[in-house]
Design a protein around this ligand. Structure first.
Ligand SMILES: *Cc1c(COP(=O)(O)O)cnc(C)c1O
Length: 869
C-alpha cells in the first residue's frame, strides 16, 4: 500500500443541465427533503445504495455516460430544476423569524455532536440528534443560526454483534471529501486553520463547512499535516479516549470553535446571516471553554477580567441535559493546570481563579464543566419540566442561599424535527388530510380528527410491513456478515409478523434506560409475546458505549434470550448498528414506543416524540417529556410518580407496572376488533395522541421558545452591557463586587404583620425593617412572601410582594411596607427577605444572595446538597 503525501478532491464534472445537482448534494437539506432523495435514487439506484444514501459519493460514482444520459432526459432535468427551486425557496423565503419584531440575533450553537443524517456519523445518541434537529428547525424558521462542532475522523463506531450477542465495535475511516462538506479556505485558496493552545504547543484545526439548509455548521478537524502527530488525533473519535483526550477535544471545540467563528466571519461565511454572533448557546457543558475564549477577547480589547466575565455571561445560554452527577465532564486540577494555565492567564486569571469558576459545592480540586458553563451564562435551562426541577436541585450548591425552586435554571422541553422523522406512509396521510402547510403550522394538528380510520390504519399497517421487511433484510445481512450459512437462515423469513402489535425500544444502551426491564419476568414476557390470538413482538436496537460493560451485558442478554428459544426467536429481535436511518424506520413502523428509564434520570427523551409523530402510541415511565405531556389518555403510563429510592425496588415495581399496562391496556385495545375489522378504539387514541402531543413535541416549538425566552432577551441584555465600550458590563461587575462585600451586614431586623384572624379577601398590612450596612435603598428589594401554610409550617407556593420604602435610609436602616389580600382560607403565613436588585441583572436570583428574616428561611440547611448531586 502506498500512502499519499498530499490529497486533493476531484469534483465530478456535471453537464450544464445537471449543474444544480452539486448544490442539491452539498446542502444537507436533502436530509429532510424526500423528493430530493428520490431524485438521487433516480440518478442511479445501484450507486445510491452503494453510497449508503450519500449524494456526494453518488455523484462521484455516476459514469460520464450515465450523466450524459440523464442530461438528455427531459423528465429528469425538470425534476432537478424543481428540487433546486424547492431548495432556493427553503433558503430565501421569509419565515417565522422574519416576522419577529426587530431583526433576530445571530446565534452560535455549540455542541460536541450533531446528528443531521446517518451519512455523517458525528453523533452518538439523543444529544447529537437533538442538536441536528435544532439546526434544521432553525433553518425552517428562517432563524439566523450557526452551528459549531467537531469533525471526528472515525466518527462513532459501527456496531456488529457476534454469535453470542457481544457488541463488536468498528470505527469507520471518514473521508471528508466524500461527505457533504466544504473546507473553508483563505483568499489564496489554502485551507483555513485556527490555532488552539495545547499545553505549551499550538494545535491547528481545519474548519469544514456543512450547510444545513440556511444554517452553516462549522466542524473543526485537527487531522492536519502541520500538527504534531499527537494533536492530529485529537478529533479522532466521538467520546473516545480518557479524560485528558476529552479535555483536548473540548479545548478545540470551545476555544477553537470561537476562533473558527471569527475566521468564518472573515471569510464571508456568516455574511448572509448578518454576523457576527450575538448569542452563544452551549448544548451541554462540553463546549464550555467558549466562554473562556470570549473572555479573552474582551480582555484583549482592554477590559478588566470582571468586566469581561459580565460581558461574556450576558450573551450566553447554557443547556444542561443530564440529571446524573456522573454524566457531567469533570477534570482534575493537574489537567487543568497543564492545559488551561495559559488560556486562563490570557484572561487575567490564575489557575485558582479558574478552578473557582468551575467548582460545584465542596468538590475541591475538581473542575466541573457544568458549573463552569452555568457561571459563565446569564441564562440556563433544563430540557423538560421534571428535569428542570432536578437540575435546580442538582446545581443548588452554586446558589447556596436559595431555595432550590428559585435556582435560576428554566426549562425548555426538547422537541423533534417533523420533516426528518415522519415516515413516507404517515407523511402521505398528513399531506392528504391536514391543511397543506401542516409541516410549518402547528395548529394544523388540531385537524387530525379529519383522518378517517381506514386511511390511518392502512398507513400504519403499510409502515409496519415495511419495517418487518427491513428488519428481515438487516438480520439476514448481519448473519451473512458473521459467516452463517444460507441454509441455516430460513427462520428469518418468518421473523416478525406484519400484522402483530409491534413494540419498539431503541436508544443508547445505558444502564438507567433499563433495556432489559421486561426480562425480569421471562415467563410473563413469553406469555405476552407468544399469545396465539393476540401476538406481540419486540424490536430492539441500540449501541452501548464501548467502555460500558453493563450496557453491553444488557444487549447480550436480549440477544441470547431470543436466540435460545425458537418460540421467542420470531417475536423478539435485536437489530444491530442503530443509527439515524434505522431509527427512522423503527419510529415509522412500530405501534408502540416503549421507554423504561429509571425515573428521574431521563432528562427528556426524544425517541418517543418521533414515534408519536408517526402515529405510534407512547408507553413510558412518567419521566422526561412524558411526565409533563401524558394526559391519562394520549398513550400509556408505566407506574406512577413515586420514586422507590432503592434502584432494585424501583426496577421490580416498574417491571410489574410495565407488564400490567401492556397486558391490561395496550394489547386489549390494539386487538379490540369488536366493532369492525379495524381497531377503532386504538385509532381514536392515536388521533388523540397526535392532537395533544404533536404540536408541543415539535423542534419548531422548542426553537421558537429558545428565541422568545432566551435568544432575544440575551441579545438585548448583552447589547445593553456592551454599549459604550462595555460601560454597562463594567458597572455591573463593580456593583456585584460592592454587593458581595457588603452583604454579610444585610439582614431583615424586624417583620411586623397584623395579627389576629382575617376574613378571606381582607387586606393585611406588613412592614419590615432591614439593615443595609453600606448599601443604598435601590441596591436591594425587600419582599414579603405569603400564602397558605403547610403542616410543617412552610408556605405553600409563596406569592411575592415587593415592600416599598416608607422613608429614607437612616443609620443604615430602611423601613418598608405593603399590603396583600388573604384570598385562601385556612392558616396563612408571611415571611420576609431582602435580595440584591439591579436593572442589569438578567435573573432576579442571579447572585444567589438573600437575607431572610430570622426563622423564616424556607430551605432547611440539611437539604443544601441536593438529592441528586
Ligand atoms: C431520537 C434518537 C435518540 C434519543 O433516544 P432517547 O432514549 O429517547 O433519548 C437516540 N438515538 C437516535 C439515533 C435518535 O434518533
Amino acid at each position: 500500500m502506498v500512502r499519499a503525501l498530499t490529497t486533493f478532491p476531484v469534483i465530478p464534472s456535471l453537464p450544464d443541465a445537471l449543474a444544480p445537482l452539486a448544490e442539491l448534494a452539498t446542502n444537507l437539506r436533502w436530509a429532510w427533503s424526500p423528493r430530493t432523495r428520490e431524485l438521487f435514487r433516480w440518478a442511479g439506484a445501484t450507486e445510491w445504495d452503494r453510497s449508503d444514501g450519500n449524494p456526494v459519493e453518488l455523484l462521484g460514482r455516476l459514469s460520464s455516460e450515465r450523466l450524459a444520459e440523464l442530461a438528455g432526459d427531459a423528465g429528469f432535468v425538470q425534476a432537478v430544476a424543481q428540487c433546486h427551486e424547492e431548495l432556493q425557496h427553503a433558503l430565501t423565503q421569509p419565515r417565522w423569524a422574519q416576522g419577529r419584531p426587530g431583526a433576530p440575533p445571530l446565534v452560535a450553537y455549540f455542541s460536541p455532536e450533531f446528528g443531521i443524517t446517518a451519512v455523517m456519523p458525528t453523533y452518538s445518541g439523543g444529544l447529537g440528534v437533538l442538536a441536528g434537529d435544532h439546526l434544521k428547525a432553525a433553518s425552517d424558521l428562517g432563524l439566523p443560526l450557526v452551528g459549531v462542532g467537531l469533525l471526528y475522523r472515525a466518527g462513532y463506531f459501527r456496531q456488529q454483534l457476534d454469535a453470542d450477542g457481544w457488541q463488536q465495535e468498528a470505527y469507520p475511516d471518514l473521508n471528508p471529501h466524500q461527505l457533504p462538506l466544504t473546507a473553508l479556505t483563505r483568499p489564496d485558496g489554502t485551507p483555513l486553520t485556527v490555532e488552539v493552545p495545547m499545553a505549551g504547543r499550538r494545535a491547528a484545526a481545519a474548519v469544514w463547512l456543512a450547510q444545513v439548509g440556511r444554517v452553516p455548521l462549522l466542524l473543526l478537524d485537527t487531522d492536519v499535516a502541520a500538527n504534531d502527530p499527537a494533536d492530529r488525533g485529537i478529533t479522532d473519535r466521538l467520546y473516545g479516549g480518557d479524560a485528558e483526550h476529552r479535555l483536548r477535544q473540548e479545548l478545540v471545540l470551545g476555544i477553537g470553535g470561537v476562533r473558527a467563528l471569527r475566521a468564518a466571519a472573515d471569510a464571508g461565511v456568516l455574511q448572509a446571516l448578518g454576523g457576527p454572533p450575538q448569542v452563544f448557546h452551549s448544548n451541554e457543558g462540553h463546549a464550555g471553554f467558549l466562554g473562556l475564549e470570549r473572555m479573552r477577547e474582551h480582555v484583549a480589547a482592554g477590559h478588566p477580567v470582571d468586566t469581561a466575565l459580565e460581558a461574556t455571561r450576558a450573551a450566553t445560554l447554557f443547556t444542561t441535559h443530564t440529571p446524573v452527577g456522573a454524566g457531567i465532564d469533570k477534570f482534575p486540577r493537574d489537567l487543568i493546570e497543564a492545559y488551561l494555565a495559559e488560556p486562563a492567564a490570557a484572561c487575567g486569571l490564575d489557575v485558582d481563579g479558574l478552578m473557582d469558576i468551575g467548582r460545584l459545592g465542596d468538590e475541591a480540586d475538581v473542575f466541573n464543566m457544568a458549573a463552569f458553563g452555568l457561571r459563565l451564562s446569564a441564562h440556563a435551562n433544563g430540557v423538560s419540566k421534571l428535569h428542570g426541577q432536578v437540575a435546580r436541585r442538582m446545581f443548588a450548591p452554586l446558589w447556596p442561599s436559595l431555595e432550590p425552586d428559585e435556582v435560576p435554571i428554566d426549562t425548555v422541553t426538547n422537541g423533534v424535527h417533523a420533516a426528518t422523522w415522519i415516515g413516507p406512509e404517515q407523511r402521505d396521510v398528513y399531506d392528504r388530510h391536514l391543511p397543506p402547510d401542516w409541516l410549518r403550522n402547528p395548529e394544523a394538528w388540531a385537524q387530525v380528527d379529519q383522518i378517517p380510520d381506514e386511511v390511518l390504519w392502512r398507513a400504519r399497517s403499510r409502515a409496519r410491513e415495511r419495517l418487518v421487511a427491513e428488519v428481515r433484510r438487516r438480520v439476514r445481512a448481519q448473519a451473512e456478515r458473521r459467516g452463517e450459512r444460507a441454509g441455516t437462515l430460513g427462520w428469518i423469513d418468518e421473523l416478525l409478523d406484519p400484522d402483530a402489535l409491534t413494540i419498539g425500544f431503541a436508544r443508547r444502551f445505558a444502564e438507567y434506560k433499563r433495556g432489559a426491564l421486561l426480562l425480569r419476568k421471562p415467563e410473563r414476557l413469553r406469555a405476552l409475546l407468544c399469545d396465539p390470538d393476540r401476538p406481540v413482538q419486540l424490536v430492539f436496537a441500540g449501541k452501548a458505549h464501548p467502555r460500558d460493560q453493563i450496557g453491553k451485558d444488557i444487549i447480550r442478554e436480549l440477544v441470547r434470550l431470543a436466540a435460545g428459544d425458537p418460540a421467542l426467536r420470531s417475536r423478539m429481535v435485536f437489530v444491530a448498528d442503530f443509527d439515524m436511518e434505522l431509527a427512522a424506520e423503527l419510529y415509522a413502523g412500530c405501534d408502540v414506543w416503549l421507554n423504561t428509564p429509571r425515573r428521574p434520570f431521563e432528562a427528556c427523551g426524544t425517541s418517543g416524540q418521533k414515534a408519536v409523530l408517526n402515529g405510534a402510541l407512547h408507553c413510558s415511565v412518567l419521566d422526561g417529556w412524558w411526565d409533563e405531556l401524558y394526559d391519562g389518555d394520549n398513550g400509556f403510563a408505566i407506574g406512577g410518580r413515586d420514586e422507590a429510592g432503592d434502584a432494585e425496588q424501583q426496577d421490580a415495581a416498574d417491571a410489574q407496572a410495565a407488564f400490567d399496562v401492556l397486558e391490561r391496556s395496550v394489547v386489549p385495545r390494539f386487538y379490540d376488533r369488536s366493532e369492525s375489522p379495524l381497531p377503532r378504539r386504538w385509532l381514536a387514541t392515536v388521533r388523540h395522541s397526535l392532537a395533544t402531543l404533536a404540536s408541543p413535541v415539535l423542534a419548531a416549538t422548542m426553537v421558537q421558545r429558545y428565541v422568545v425566552e432566551h435568544y432575544e432577551p440575551l441579545a438585548a441584555h448583552s447589547d445593553r452591557l456592551l454599549a459604550d465600550d462595555a460601560t454597562g458590563a463594567a458597572d455591573l461587575a463593580a456593583w456585584k463586587h460592592r454587593i458581595e462585600t457588603a452583604w454579610p451586614e444585610v439582614a431583615v431586623l424586624e417583620l411586623a404583620a397584623q395579627e389576629g384572624p382575617a376574613v378571606k379577601g381582607e387586606r393585611r398590612e406588613v412592614a419590615a425593617t432591614v439593615r443595609l450596612g453600606e448599601l443604598a435603598a435601590d441596591d436591594v428589594v425587600v419582599e414579603a412572601l405569603h400564602g397558605p401554610v403547610r403542616a410543617d409550617g412552610t408556605i405553600d407556593e409563596p406569592r411575592r410582594l415587593v415592600l416599598r420604602p416608607v422613608d429614607g435610609v437612616a443609620a443604615g436602616r430602611l423601613r418598608v411596607g405593603g399590603a396583600f389580600t388573604c384570598d385562601v382560607a385556612g392558616e396563612y403565613g408571611v415571611a420576609a427577605r431582602v435580595r440584591p436588585d439591579h436593572p442589569d441583572l438578567s435573573r432576579d436570583m442571579e447572585l444567589g444572595l438573600v437575607a431572610w428574616a430570622d426563622g423564616t428561611a424556607l430551605r432547611p440547611e440539611a437539604e443544601a446538597g441536593g438529592e441528586h448531586g
